[in-house]
Design a protein around this ligand. Sequence first.
Ligand SMILES: [Zn+2]
Length: 279
Amino acid sequence: MKPPLVIGHEMAGIVEKIGAGVDGFVPGDHVALNPVVACSECTACLRGRYNICEKATIIGFRLPGAAQTKLVVKQKQLHHVPPTIPLHHAALAEPLSVGVHAVSRASDLEEVLIIGGGTIGLCVLAAAKAAGAARVTVVEPVPSKRALALHLGATAALSPDEPVAERFFSTCFDIVGRPATLGLAEGSCMSGGVIVVVGTAFGFSEVNTPRLQRYELTLLGSSIFVDDDMRQAIGILASGLFDAEAFITGQRSLDEAFQAYADASDPANVKTMIRMGNN
Ligand SMILES: [Zn+2]
């Protein structure tokens, strides 16, 4: 991202005005934003896989984002949110959609491992529980995040120096993307299990192809989400089964935005929300 771009891609708000031809929304509607602007023409888009559009641009990355008091977007980027969901909870619809999509890539949720318990790892946990996952183990170095994982329904929350059962888990999510975490996912997957790569923040990792072949492991990627994932995420938020308030470790006004970013750099914090207006 290059300044002076306005950042912000996890957002909820209230419709203030509608343009000509808008038929799905009226002023006063509560909405959440799908920030993925797909081309609708490439091979991925033609198959309905807008999340992997070859020409996608993201609101808040290459297009002006939501960290401002007013944002103009096309109606196809918006989802209705029930007004019973507080707006600071509704803003979690975006990261929760990433979790819903990652879980949709897997089919056997009997014994789930999630490596990394930050925002996205915890959203994968919430989505897995909502999808009926029987048991979920989270590996995370920060104690407060391990406690939150247990609060959100994890069966176990391990620190990275604790042993993880080998060839035990039906689906392993690597949220971190280090060589060590992909290696842990591969070694923890049961015969015939699935590894879903959700995070790649640390670049390239080697794959143990003999192990992949010997145990018929499936290695999958998961990227952003599609509209149906966001509808499901809003459903999870509306269900009340997901403790969104516990997820939000801080709220700041726009005047305190600098402090909000300082808060967010503390590893113990999960999600800091900034209120852009008075809502
Ligand atoms: Zn496309």
